[in-house]
Design a protein around this ligand. Structure first.
Ligand SMILES: Cc1cc2nc3c(=O)[nH]c(=O)nc-3n(C[C@H](O)[C@H](O)[C@H](O)COP(=O)(O)OP(=O)(O)OC[C@H]3O[C@@H](n4cnc5c(N)ncnc54)[C@H](O)[C@@H]3O)c2cc1C
Length: 459
């Protein structure tokens, strides 16, 4: 008699949970998918459908040779993603973007899940996964129900779960003008992990500072959603435009203070204000603008931040924001297969792990499902190579981010997939073909990983 395989419990039937349950079942392992809708809705979900898109209907660029998100689409197709299959079947005309008919898309996912014999659907809220569930994937998203959030917080620690993100823009290092900017830590302090020259500094004259403050004061801002109305400006972490509103000198005594910094090209003349950027990933390809969390509209951020000397040609891996969210301090808490180190029966997937976006959430759901199924079947499954979009995103979540000890908001913040997360190409790689070379390398490595995992599964 074939021994019965115990199910993997997936909590949350959003983008990540639907994909995770599907991947578990595809490997021949039973899954139980627990979804609290429709008996309990979140502040933004309106239907009982799995993988409901709560806002835009776009999965962003579908260009697999020049964009990181398009590459992620291509990789997900190779890996048999249900979310990409449904998106392709319900796509709408949208230029080079993959946009979907949201109702057709969610209906297709729901039908596929309900028709899959290895998936049992339970419409219920899970407030605490019972101890007898020995393999659980928590994919409850940015609006995880309060009861479950409290259980997670109690199992992970006071600082481990955030209920808002506070995102400062991130800049690709190779787009910064080092004819103007320079490396130096304030007062040349070395600190526990530094060299004394860890920050990138951009100097402003008084006139440039005044113009910058004026631009912040008059820029267009994004309003909070109704359900975010009670958004506290938490962790003492004010948006820069709110700081500017509190007084013209506030920024100069806060994130733009010039003290302890000397422009090597003008050692005698002190800058009036300085914008600092701090390394964000272990690869050293991305730097965040320190203290610049903001609710400015994205176009305004690009326009205004490019007026900072040294950032005229800045390319942004991420723009700033402040949203209601629920996410773990994953680099500290999760292992490389997304298990909670302190309680390995629990795995996390989707936005709650600190990725951002529909597609990224589904991709992390895909990996979590595969990891859980392999574990159940006693197979070894190594994470995808860091050169792939899946591996780069997983790396951001489980280890690629650089933790800092500065006061203020915790440094790990949600991120979309972007080329700054990928290991750079070797020296001599042509700049104008960099993106297509990164994509080609990723797809080759992903195909090799996929073939290897299929071979191991067959052994
Ligand atoms: C207001 C808002 C707008 C957004 N707009 C966009 C956008 O335009 N584009 C984009 O790419 N991303 C957007 N996002 C981010 C988006 O939420 C995520 O990208 C994506 O939906 C996250 O996928 P997920 O599977 O992690 O979570 P979700 O898709 O939110 O799925 C989580 C599921 O878990 C269920 N659930 C929660 N708690 C429990 C519980 N205790 N028991 C059982 N079930 C539970 C929920 O009902 C939900 O179905 C937006 C987020 C928000 C909050």
């Amino acid at each position: 008699m074939t021994p019965t395989i115990r199910p993997v419990h997936v909590v949350g039937g959003g983008l990540a949970g639907s994909e995770a349950a599907w991947q578990v079942a595809r490997r021949g392992v039973p899954a139980v998918l627990h979804e609290m809708r429709p008996s309990r809705l979140t502040a933004v979900h309106k239907t009982d459908k799995f993988a409901e898109l709560v806002c835009s209907n776009s999965f962003r660029s579908d260009d697999a040779t020049g964009s990181a998100i398009g590459l992620l689409h291509a990789e997900m197709r190779v890996l048999g993603s249900l979310v990409l299959r449904a998106a392709d079947a319900h796509k709408l005309p949208a230029g080079s973007a993959l946009a979907v008919d949201r109702e057709g898309f969610a209906a297709a996912i729901t039908t596929a899940i309900e028709a899959e014999p290895l998936i049992e659907v339970r419409r219920e809220e899970v407030s605490a996964p019972p101890v007898e569930w020995d393999s659980v994937i928590i994919a409850t998203g940015p609006l995880t129900s309060p009861a479950l959030a409290e259980t997670i917080r109690a199992s992970t620690g006071e600082d481990a779960l955030s209920f808002f993100d506070a995102i400062a823009p991130i800049v690709h290092r190779d787009s910064i003008d080092f004819g103007i900017a320079w490396f130096q830590s304030r007062y040349d302090k070395v600190g526990p992990a530094g060299s004394g020259a860890d920050y990138i500094n951009c100097p402003l004259t008084r006139a440039q500072y005044e113009t910058f403050v004026d631009a912040l004061l008059t820029a267009e801002k994004i309003a909070f959603h109704d359900f975010e109305a009670a958004t506290p400006y938490f962790d003492g972490c004010l948006p820069i435009e709110v700081m500017a509103e509190r007084g013209r000198e506030t920024l100069r005594h806060g994130p733009m203070k010039p003290f302890g910094l000397t422009d090597p090209r003008r050692p005698v003349e002190k800058p009036y204000a300085v914008v600092q950027l701090r390394q964000d990933n272990k690869l050293g390809t991305l730097f965040n603008i320190v203290g610049f969390q903001t609710k400015l509209k994205h176009g305004e951020q690009v326009r205004i931040f490019r007026t900072i000397p040294g950032l005229a040609n800045a390319e942004f891996a991420r723009l700033g924001g402040l949203h209601r969210n629920t996410f773990l301090n994953s680099p500290k808490l999760l292992d490389e297969t997304l298990r909670l180190k302190a309680m390995p029966r629990l795995r996390f997937a989707g936005q709650i792990t600190g990725c951002e976006g529909y597609v990224e959430s589904a991709a992390i759901g895909l990996l979590a499902g595969r990891f859980a199924a392999a574990e159940r079947l006693g197979e070894a499954l190594s994470p995808p190579p860091p050169t792939t979009a899946h591996g780069a995103l997983l790396g951001h979540i489980t280890g690629g981010h650089v933790e800092t000890i500065d006061s203020g908001v915790r440094s790990f913040q949600p991120m979309n997939v972007n080329f700054g997360l990928f290991p750079p190409l070797g020296r001599g790689a042509a700049r104008n073909t960099r993106k297509s070379a990164l994509c080609a390398r990723a797809l080759a490595d992903l195909n090799a990983w996929s073939a290897m995992t299929a071979r191991h599964a067959a052994e």
